[in-house]
Design a protein around this ligand. Sequence first.
Ligand code: BES
Ligand code: ZN
Length: 457
Amino acid sequence: MTSTCFDYARAHENQFLDELKAFLQIPSVSTQAEHRPDMIRAAVWLRDQLLAIGFPRAEVMPTHGHPIIYAEWLAAGPEKPTVLIYGHYDVQPPEPFELWHTPPFEPTVIGDNLFARGASDDKGQLFVHVKALEAFQQTAGAPPVNIKMLIEGEEEIGSPSLDPFIREHQDLLRADVALISDSHILGKDLPTIVYALRGMAYVEVEVTGPASDLHSGIYGGAVHNPINALCAMIAKLQDEDGRILIPGFYDKVRDLEPEERAELAKIPFDREVWLAEAGVIRDWGEPGYTIIERTMARPTLDVNGIWGGYTQPGAKTVLPAKAFAKISMRLVPDQKPGEISRLIAEYFRALAPATVTVEVRDLHGGEGAIVRRDSPEMAAAFRAYKAAFGREPILVREGGSIPVVAAFQKMLGIDTILMGFGLPDDNLHAPNEKLAVSNFHRGVQTSLHFLTNLAEL
Ligand code: BES
Ligand code: ZN
């Protein structure tokens, strides 16, 4: 007797989890050059998985950086929709190692959690769909809709090769809707669909003072210290409430409509729990906006790192030659990353005292996006979550960034369904990243329902 795809997935949960562990063992850290061979290994591993579960075509395609995996399975026929599934096989660096309770590349299940770098972001989440497709293959011979997969290895470093790849392969990637699982739901029993993402502009600032490091006793008081100068400039980027002072920064910010504010206010939110999760005693930020609004729908500016001079143990009386800072800004529709990087560079030049020189370099950027909430595909996603989680999902915006969503809108003319299976406390980009095992398995069920629903549209 042939079982349904849903039964097959339930019967093979242990196998799926073991395979995910094998994928997570490969340290595919895109930003660290010594992991280049691991990046290739991860890409080849995934391609072989896709071939093994029945994809007639799956290729590791070279780019100037880490390779992209492209696969397609167009067995459903031209009258059925085509779904473009995007994910990323690269992960953030695991450091600092000493803060991990289990080794980052030795996936470990404790209770309902699978701990490993990439468990949630994004190997575990993209693997959900791979296993759903296997269930279709094993029970029906092929998925009920046409599938294209685009899995990149540079998401965590700003996707430098992705836009050119999409532009160059517009025909190959042509689809009716995109599907991405690289975000989270609000709770294990609180399924959530993200309909908006923030964008990003990321710059590095280099301030140069004297031609070389100087003795701070001999020159201090008469030579401007570039670290002091940099801190003074950074202090002028924002007022004490977090309002950004870069001229023109808010010009394109789309205001929140009263209806949307009312919708966001309905999102379940416990202030005390939020404070405890963040590990802070009180919140901070733009007056007049709730925490939900500030983290999901307002732009931000954060100094991500600042260095220069002497930072080793003990004291050194140096007047340093240089100071550096990395600064990122989360953007909302319709702020453009290139324009915002230009505005902050101009502002730094205007703030720079005549005693130092300032260089602002653009590291990377990505646009935010808002997707349609009233499409038939969105309705299909709602029904899928309802079937797998037993509860209707709620719609939220997301503070993180997945720039490919805007790229798909612009270059392929399609919207994305952001079907997350992570949780807010998955420790993304931090020690002890995890994925709830139950979310992984429910994710497979949700994917099966979603693709089945799409085929019936
Ligand atoms: N998976 C995240 C995006 C995300 C984070 C979605 C939190 C939902 C909740 C993604 O891998 C990521 O970290 N993106 C970067 C993008 C940046 C490098 C342009 C980010 O948001 O910092
Ligand atoms: Zn991610």
